[in-house]
Each structure stands twice: as structure tokens, then as C-alpha cells.
Ligand binder design. Structure first.
Ligand SMILES: Nc1nc2c(c(=O)[nH]1)N[C@H]1C(S)=C(S)[C@@H](COP(=O)(O)OP(=O)(O)OC[C@H]3O[C@@H](n4cnc5c(=O)[nH]c(N)nc54)[C@H](O)[C@@H]3O)O[C@H]1N2
Ligand SMILES: Nc1nc2c(c(=O)[nH]1)N[C@H]1C(S)=C(S)[C@@H](COP(=O)(O)OP(=O)(O)OC[C@H]3O[C@@H](n4cnc5c(=O)[nH]c(N)nc54)[C@H](O)[C@@H]3O)O[C@H]1N2
Ligand SMILES: [Mo]
Length: 770
């Protein structure tokens, strides 16, 4: 990472600190989103574009994966959805003249915020070996270069294909087919960095790695537990769903080290009450847990439920369900009863009375849903934590009936669909067999690299070509300098992108930027207008059609993948890549024959609202696990021990960013303005550690490898986070996350629990730009 360039962008400026807010959305959300939309798109384009988001004949919001309320009703307003659309629909342009003006070294001194603000990429660009600047290149030559580098591989496993979850189903299917025709399963994706722990836990216990509830279930649940999630910022439309839960008499418990405004009150801008009144109180009980304490919390809840059952047999435990549909109950129950309260209190930091109150609410609820996101998936013990949540739901039969179930809330708008399409380094055998039968070949069965293992492989010179299908790998992955050094060892890096980011600047010996159409852009081939499809967090598949006229040189993701496949696999490959790129219906016909649940795909996806994929636990209370039943699992208690003088740091998102894409410098709900280098610390910890509110410090982490990592110059903000826990934004704080610190089983980076200490400020000049 380069030092700070003189005269560079003002991202490291002094943030202003104001009190956090206690409600989310309201009129400020609307005005803020409209201001950003106007700045990026102008008035007319803003109106035209924003009115088409999530409409039956419009495009799928490139923001989060929360399902649409109803495809046939008017769009719900969503501030951060509007910001995501504006970021893509911007009229600003990054042209060849831009690259002639700025060399790669100079751009490396600019922040990701500045890079993103420059606008949409317009033409393919090539960075030749030793060159200081990217130069324009024709699409034909770009594919030739790709062909040359693939031809030079000693083994197909020297290629890695990373996918970010915005990529729609059609190009995702084509990409995995390309990789497997080549002979590799090296298909890491952003899910490896995100919800992989969810997949690992749910496949083992319920037989399918996806959520089991619909929006209707959320609306009609008696109790929704929202753990490790900040919907006010990251899934704003979820607040409207929780408002309905409340309206129907349901209750909400939120579990979080931070009191997130979006979980306190929701001012729905769709209602008069939401604009002029106080809005709706969402959370009935807030459990301000210590980071990493959720496994202990759910163990304690389970213990309390078992004890209630002892006191009044038959009143708590759903014996009939357990008998008929599950395995492992007795062994689990024996272990659950060994749960010790001193461990629970140490791990959670919660008073026992609050946990008892929560257990009381659970007992009174006929139907319970647990929702979660990264606060639960990015810990070392995430998989056991999520398995324990499954135990908690199974105990009362809260799976596969109305108003009950598991609700992992995904991130990227098509991250779930990409996985369904086969973007995974270890797809099940049934998928390989179907793929092989359809395309008459034998796909490789040896597992590929996930994201962390791909970094290790690049570091160890086992990879020569890295292809990024969207995303910003070097800024999203952990241990930034280690990842950057690894990527630089490649012979060729190819980024298929809409916007400029750091992964275009940290490159292999040669590098290509292939600019692509986004969701909101019209996609027309010689065969006529095309559309793509996506799958949301609840397994609903629907069409997405953009209307904006993109720059003439842009190609669709499908077209780019198919042309790359042809260049790498040669004219002898008998997959009709050209036909796929021309007419996406032909690709969907193949998807239909390979992926279960896509019968009659082309017809069904043309219906307004699309269709729901099958989900055995939800649909029929059947559990396609290795045992054929839902599995109770024993998950050992974990109490994180934090050495004296240290805090547990989580890295999270501000309100003005989308992962590594920074929209602005405010985190409105948390009261942070005009800056991002802040560390949120409990006032008692500020005192206890001898820190001073408003002072600048360095954050230092100590990895399992014994190496120290430093993030310089963070402003200490006194904040009501749980004791012992601190928070700072990604990607600025990502440098502190060691590559070797990953979740057991799922291998996800431990982004939410980095042990840090504070050291004197090295000053703004020591800031590593990201
Ligand atoms: N506007 C916007 N929308 C987005 C994104 C974005 O960046 N911007 N990103 C998208 C993506 S890819 C994803 S994966 C999702 C992410 O959605 P979130 O998971 O909501 O994202 P984070 O900002 O990482 O917030 C993590 C939350 O978990 C809490 N938390 C941290 N550690 C713990 C813990 O140990 N226990 C508990 N109970 N809580 C904990 C944090 O305080 C915080 O509230 O959002 C998606 N939507
Ligand atoms: N420290 C820390 N790091 C984290 C996390 C964390 O909580 N803490 N969260 C992790 C999570 S949950 C995730 S999902 C990853 C996200 O990792 P990524 O998905 O790799 O990162 P993004 O920032 O979402 O990628 C943004 C880039 O995607 C490109 N893009 C946008 N739209 C499109 C499109 O339609 N098509 C194509 N081809 N490209 C497009 C643009 O060029 C843009 O610059 O980050 C992870 N990193
Ligand atoms: Mo994510």
C-alpha cells in the first residue's frame, strides 16, 4: 500500500462526532438519497432510473438481497438502494484520457472513495508488463491476451475465477462452466468472505444452505430475533417487514454489541406517521451482547427452555417433531444441560435476568424466526454458533411451518443465485453429474480454492491467472498487504468491472480491465433485447431488465465470459459460447437441465414476480442431510479470552458505503460525519485503557502467526458499544485481520473479532491508503 500522496483526496480528514440517532429512515433518508442521485445522475435520469428499481418490468436493485415486498406493487423507497443505483447510473466517466493522465502509481495513492467517484469505466484497458499507465485495447486483442496466458498455464488449477455476488445467474452459470471445461474448480466468491458459515452450518443440520422463510413468515411470526445484523443500513427494506411483524402483534429481540438505530425505531417514509411522527418502535428487547457471545447466549436459552420443560413437561419441547424429523436430540440435550452460567455471563456480558426475559418471550411465541448476518458469520466459532441456533429452533419445531424458521440475510443482490448456479469450489456430486451429462464431458472433482486459499495459492506461486468477475478482491479480502503481495505474483489479472477500484491497480505482471454493463443498463444483442435473472435471500428467482443506454464499448458480463471461454478453450470446444452470448434464453435452457428447481425456466421467469425455488425443509419438513433428518449438534461453549489492555475489534460498514464502494463520508445513524478513520469504544474502556476521547491512536493487532499489524491514525470515539468491544470500518481496518484467522470449517476471515491494542498515533502521513 502506497503512502499518502501529496494533494490527494481528503478522506483522512478529521471526522466530526455528533450523538448517534435512535431511529432510521424518515425524511432525511429521502433527501440524502436524492441528493446523491442528483449529483451522480442529474434530475431526469434519477427520476427515470429510480422509478424502475424492483418493478416487474424493471431491474433488480443492485443493493442488498432482501426480497421485494411484492413485484406487482409500487416500489418501496430505500435510501441505500437509491445510492447503489446512483453509483452505477452515474454520468461520470473514466475514459482512456483518464488513464493517460493518471499512472497506476499515482492512482494507488488515491482512496477507494476517490477512485469510485470518478465514474463508470468506458473501454477495455490493458496494462502491459513494465508499463506505468493503462492503455486502451480492443476487445479482440484483450481476448487474445487472455488466450495467450491461459495457453501458458501448466495446469488449469493455475487459474482462479473470483465472483462477487452482483453477477446475475446467466453469466455465473457460464463462468463456472468455463472454469470446469478448463478443468478446475477454482471458483472462490464473495460468499467465502461473507455467509459461508451459514452454508456450512445449515447444510449439515437442515440439508440446505438457504433460509427457510418467506416475507409472509416474517410478517406473521410471533417473535423475530435479529442477531448480528444492521438492517437500517444494510437491508433497509427489512425494516418495513419488521414493522409489519409488529403491526401483527409480533415481537422483536435484537442481539448486537451496538445499539443500531435501524433496530430501535423505523420511520417509514411511505406513511405520514413515518414522516411527521415518531415512527414504529421495532425492538422489544435489546441484548447488548459482547462480540462472539452468541453461541453462549443460545446455549443459555436452550438450557432455560429445557428447564421450563422439566417444570411443566410437554409445554416447551416439540417432542412429536423431534421424534419424527430429527436425530441427535439426546446427546445434544445431555450436553446442553452442562451449560454453566458463569461461562454464559462471561461470554455474553449480559445480565442473567435479560437472558431469562428473552427465554420467556421465546416460550410465549408459537412461531419464532432467527435472522442473522455478518455479526454471526465472521467469527472463529461461527459454524457452531449457527448450528446452536438451529438446535434452538428445532427444539420447539420452529422449522418448516408458518412464521418460523432460519433467515440468514444475504449480502450481495445475487450472491445466493451465483451459488445455485455452481459458483463454488466444491459443488455436490449431483451437480457435477448433471453438468457432465448436459455438456458431455467429465468435470473435475478435486476441490478448488476458496477465497482465503486462493490468496495462499497466489502467495505460493501456484496461480498465474486471476479473473475477477466483479468485486474488489484486494480490498475485500483480509490482511491487505499480504493479499496485495499475493496478487502481484500473478502473470495476468483480469477485472470485469463497472467502476474503478483498487483491484485494478494492484495487478499481476500484465492486467486487463474489461468494462461491463450493470443492472440498470439496457442489454441488447443482435438477437434482440436481453434480460438476466437473479435469486434473492428467500430463494425467489426473477428477471431484471435495465433501460439506461450504456457506453457503446461496454459488453455484458455474459458476453465477456463467453468470449473469454472461447479464447481460453479454443475453437475446438463444442460448447456454443457464441450462441449463449447472443441469446440468454439458450443459456437458461441449459440451466434448466442442470440445476434442480428451474423447470420451465424461460416461461416461469417471464411471469411478473418470477418463481420460488424448492426448499425441502420449508416445503415438506423433509431434511436432505447426510442422515436424512434434521440434525441436532453438540457445540462446545466458547468464552473469548481477551488479554489485559486489549479490545475485540469488529470491522463493519458505515451508512454511506457498499462494501468497498464508498458513497460518502458520513455514518448518519452513528453520528459520524466527514470522515471514516474512527474507532468506536465504550466510554468505560476509554477510561480503563487510559485513552482520550477525540484523540488519535494507532490500532495494532497480533495475529496467530505472531506478526503485528498496524492501522495508523484512528480517532477515538466514545460510543455505547458493549464493554470490551470496539468497531471500525472496513476496508480501512481490514489490514488488521490476519489471513490465518479464519472460521473453523467455513474458512471465512474473522472480520468481527480482531484482538487489538492501542498505541500512540503515527500521524496522518503513516496512513496506508485503501
Ligand atoms: N448499504 C449497504 N447495504 C449492504 C452492504 C453495504 O456495504 N452497504 N453490504 C451487503 C453485504 S455484501 C452484506 S454481507 C450485508 C452485511 O450486512 P451486516 O451484517 O448488517 O453488515 P455489517 O456492517 O458488517 O454489520 C454487522 C452487524 O453485526 C453486529 N455484530 C458484530 N459482531 C457481532 C457479534 O459477535 N454478535 C452479534 N450479535 N452482533 C455482532 C455489528 O454491530 C453490526 O450491527 O449487507 C449487504 N447490504
Ligand atoms: N474487514 C472486512 N472486510 C470484508 C467484510 C467485512 O465485514 N469486514 N465483508 C466481506 C463481505 S460480506 C463481502 S460480500 C466482500 C465484498 O467483496 P466484493 O464483492 O469483492 O466487493 P465490492 O466492494 O462489493 O465490489 C465492488 C466492485 O464491484 C464492481 N461492480 C459493481 N457492480 C458490478 C456489476 O454489476 N458487475 C460487475 N462485473 N462488477 C460490478 C465495481 O467495479 C465495484 O468497484 O467483502 C468482504 N470484506
Ligand atoms: Mo457480503
Amino acid at each position: 500500500m502506497a503512502g499518502r500522496a501529496p494533494g490527494s483526496d481528503p478522506v483522512q480528514d478529521d471526522p466530526r462526532i455528533t450523538p448517534p440517532e435512535h431511529h432510521a429512515v424518515g425524511v432525511h433518508a429521502v433527501t440524502n438519497a436524492m441528493r446523491m442521485a442528483r449529483q451522480q445522475m442529474g434530475v431526469v435520469r434519477s427520476a427515470r432510473t429510480l422509478l424502475r428499481v424492483n418493478q416487474p418490468d424493471g431491474f433488480d436493485c443492485p443493493g442488498c438481497a432482501w426480497p421485494e415486498e411484492s413485484k406487482v406493487h409500487k416500489a418501496e423507497f430505500c435510501e441505500n438502494g437509491a445510492k447503489a443505483v446512483a453509483e452505477e447510473g452515474t454520468r461520470r466517466r473514466v475514459t482512456p484520457a483518464f488513464f493517460a493522465r493518471y499512472g497506476v502509481e499515482e492512482l494507488l495513492g488515491r482512496s477507494g472513495y476517490w477512485l469510485g467517484q470518478q465514474g463508470r469505466l468506458t473501454e477495455p484497458m490493458f496494462l502491459d508488463e513494465g508499463a506505468s499507465h493503462y492503455a486502451p485495447v480492443s476487445w479482440e486483442r484483450a481476448y487474445e491476451i487472455i488466450g495467450e496466458e491461459f495457453a501458458a498455464l501448466d495446469s488449469p488449477d493455475e487459474a482462479v475465477f473470483y465472483t462477487s455476488g452482483r453477477t446475475p445467474n446467466e453469466p455465473a452459470f457460464a463462468l463456472q462452466l468455463f472454469a470446469r471445461r478448463l478443468g478446475t474448480n477454482n471458483l472462490p466468491d464473495c460468499a467465502n468472505l461473507c455467509h459461508e458459515s451459514t452454508g456450512s452450518a445449515l447444510v449439515e443440520t437442515l440439508g440446505i444452505g438457504k433460509g427457510s422463510v418467506s416475507l409472509d413468515d416474517i410478517h406473521h411470526a410471533d417473535l423475530v430475533i435479529v442477531a448480528g445484523q444492521n438492517p437500517g443500513t444494510n437491508h433497509p427494506r427489512m425494516m418495513a417487514a419488521l414493522e409489519k411483524t409488529k403491526g401483527n402483534g409480533g415481537k422483536v429481540i435484537s442481539v448486537n454489541p451496538l445499539p443500531e438505530a435501524g433496530l430501535e425505531r423505523f420511520k417509514n417514509p411511505q406513511h405520514v406517521r413515518g414522516v411527521v411522527g415518531d415512527g414504529t418502535k421495532l425492538t422489544d428487547l435489546f441484548l447488548q451482547i459482547r462480540a462472539g457471545g452468541d453461541l453462549a447466549l443460545f446455549r443459555a436459552l436452550n438450557l432455560l427452555l429445557l428447564e421450563e420443560e422439566d417444570a411443566a413437561p410437554g409445554s416447551v419441547v416439540d417432542r412429536a417433531f423431534i421424534e419424527e424429523h430429527t436425530l441427535g436430540f439426546e446427546a445434544w440435550e445431555r450436553d446442553a444441560r452442562t451449560t454453566r452460567w458463569d461461562d454464559v455471563l462471561a461470554a455474553t456480558g449480559l445480565p442473567r435476568t435479560q437472558i431469562e426475559q428473552a427465554a420467556g418471550m421465546v416460550r410465549e411465541a408459537e412461531s419464532v424466526i432467527v435472522c442473522w448476518a455478518l455479526g454471526l458469520t465472521q467469527h472463529k466459532h461461527s459454524v457452531p454458533t449457527l448450528r446452536e441456533i438451529v438446535n434452538f429452533l428445532l427444539l420447539r419445531g420452529n422449522v418448516g411451518r408458518p412464521g418460523a424458521g432460519v433467515c440468514p440475510v444475504r449480502g450481495h443482490s445475487n450472491v445466493q443465485g451465483d451459488r445455485t448456479m455452481g459458483i463454488f469450489e466444491r459443488m455436490p456430486e449431483a451437480f457435477h453429474q448433471a453438468l457432465d451429462a448436459e455438456f458431455r464431458f467429465t468435470s473435475p472433482r478435486h476441490h478448488g480454492y476458496d477465497s482465503v486459499n486462493a490468496i495462499r495459492a497466489m502467495r505460493d506461486d501456484k496461480v498465474k491467472v486471476f479473473v475477477g468477475m466483479g468485486g474488489n478482491f484486494v480490498a475485500a479480502a483480509p490482511d491487505t498487504p499480504v493479499t496485495e503481495e499475493a496478487v502481484r505474483r500473478c502473470a495476468l489479472t483480469v477485472q470485469i468491472s463497472t467502476k474503478l477500484n483498487r483491484s485494478h491497480l494492484v495487478t499481476g505482471r500484465r492486467a486487463l480491465i474489461l468494462p461491463t454493463l450493470g443492472r440498470s443498463d439496457a442489454d441488447r444483442t443482435e438477437a434482440g433485447p436481453q434480460f438476466v435473472t437473479v435469486e434473492d435471500s428467500m430463494g425467489l428467482v426473477h428477471a431484471s431488465r435495465g433501460r439506461l443506454k450504456g457506453e457503446p464499448a461496454l459488453r455484458s458480463e455474459t458476453a465477456i465470459v463467453c468470449a473469454m471461454a472461447r479464447a481460453a478453450l479454443g475453437s475446438g470446444d463444442d460448447v456454443p459460447w457464441e450462441e449463449f452470448a447472443l441469446d440468454y434464453d439458450t443459456l437458461r435452457e441449459r440451466i434448466e437441465r442442470v440445476v434442480p428447481g428451474f423447470e420451465d425456466f424461460n416461461a416461469r421467469v417471464r411471469r411478473p414476480g418470477g418463481f420460488a425455488l424448492p426448499h425441502a425443509p420449508r416445503d415438506s419438513r423433509s431434511f436432505p442431510t447426510h442422515t436424512g433428518k434434521a440434525n441436532f449438534t453438540v457445540n462446545d461453549m466458547v468464552v473469548l479470552a481477551i488479554p489485559e489492555g486489549r479490545l475485540l475489534l469488529q470491522t463493519l460498514r458505515s451508512h454511506d458505503q457498499y462494501n468497498t464502494t464508498i458513497y460518502g463520508l458520513d455514518d448518519r445513524y452513528r453520528g459520524i460525519r466527514d470522515g471514516r478513520r474512527v474507532v468506536l469504544v465504550n466510554p468505560a474502556d476509554i477510561d480503563g485503557l487510559g485513552l482520550r476521547e477525540g484523540a488519535y491512536v494507532d490500532l495494532v493487532s497480533e495475529g496467530p502467526d505472531g506478526r503485528e499489524r498496524r492501522a495508523a491514525h484512528f480517532k477515538v470515539v466514545s460510543y455505547p458499544t458493549a464493554r470490551g468491544c470496539a468497531a471500525a470500518y472496513m476496508p480501512e481496518a481490514t489490514v488488521l485481520v490476519p489471513l490465518e484467522a479464519t472460521s473453523d470449517i467455513s474458512n471465512t476471515p474473522v472480520y468481527k473479532a480482531v484482538v487489538i491494542r492501542f498505541e500512540p498515533d503515527s500521524g496522518p502521513d503513516a496512513v496506508a491508503v485503501i
